[in-house]
Write a protein that binds this ligand. Structure first.
Ligand code: AKG
Ligand code: FE2
Length: 275
């Protein structure tokens, strides 16, 4: 499990450095305990240091920290929640109990070799938010992402006919973003949500994204239950690893590159992927 502290591309026009506060926050979140070899995990913390809006310098810090503590607890909870969500989503798509095994694991536990990542985002306050962007518009590659946001708003999703709509933090609530993989499996019935994060004028904002995906060798394609004479598959079959590679290389175009049929634009994400 990798923990990534992502560099918000944000600080740009503010001429500020990434706040060391985040590292402090991380310390308190993670609850550093005595490090034992059996508990070791490698966590990559990357912080973006931006000095002017023309010059971005990113520093990658690699630190070893104990896996014990709050972060471990959080990941365990997210795993359990992911399995429950997956069951509900796939059942709603008509998958029978036995067909769930590939995705949820034989005993309903977490899929063997699932690819998961926890990403910690920090968006420092910016006195001139219109001149910068916290996180550029994108869809997540994952099956879905479970997102926690601190009590400062910043997340926006794109809705056809409305444009960018804010998703304000709600105490005690988590947000589930549909990712590219679920769009493929559901044959576009669950479209990946196009989203971005904007920065706040006065408050730093934190968010924690938990990305769920199956094991890298898993073959992904629209679920056969959803395919019929009037419902041709919209995406070709490929491994999850292949798709991750395509996304890394082609970003917004990835979904359209694995698409078999031309889709009428349904939402912002499809428009975006057509770019
Ligand atoms: O900070 C947010 O609200 C969004 C984070 C996000 O979209 C991501 O980490 O992929
Ligand atoms: Fe995202």
């Amino acid at each position: 499990m990798a923990v990534l502290v992502s560099p918000p591309s944000s600080l740009s026009s503010c001429g500020m450095k990434a706040s060391p506060l985040w590292v402090l926050q991380l310390n308190t979140l993670i609850n550093f305990g005595p490090i034992t070899t059996q508990d070791f995990g490698i966590y990559i913390l990357s912080l973006s240091h931006t000095y002017t809006h023309k010059f971005i310098k990113t520093c990658i810090y690699t630190v070893l920290i104990s896996c014990s503590g709050v972060m471990d607890e959080y990941q365990k909870e997210m795993k359990q929640l992911s399995v429950r969500l997956l069951r509900l989503i796939l059942s709603s798509l008509g998958l029978a109990r036995e067909d769930l095994t590939k995705w949820v694991g034989p005993a309903g536990e977490f899929t063997q070799g699932a690819t998961t990542a926890l990403q910690l985002n920090s968006y420092p306050a910016c006195p001139d938010p219109n001149r910068t962007m916290g996180l550029a518009a994108h869809t997540d590659t994952s099956m879905f992402t479970i997102l926690y946001q601190s009590n400062t708003s910043g997340l926006q999703i794109f809705r056809d006919g409305f444009g960018w709509v804010s998703v304000p933090p709600l105490a005690g609530a988590l947000i589930v973003n549909v990712g590219d993989l679920l769009q493929i499996l559901s044959n576009a019935r669950f479209p990946a949500v196009l989203h971005r994060a904007v920065v706040n004028r006065t408050n730093q904002r934190l968010s924690i994204a938990y990305f769920y995906g199956p094991s890298t060798e898993t073959r992904i394609m629209p679920l056969s239950k959803l395919i019929g004479p009037g419902d041709p598959p919209l995406y070709r079959s490929l491994t999850w690893k292949e798709y991750i590679g395509i996304k890394a290389k082609h970003l917004y175009r990835a979904l359209s590159l694995v698409r078999l049929q031309q889709l009428a634009p349904m939402n912002g994400s499809l428009d975006m992927n057509d770019q």
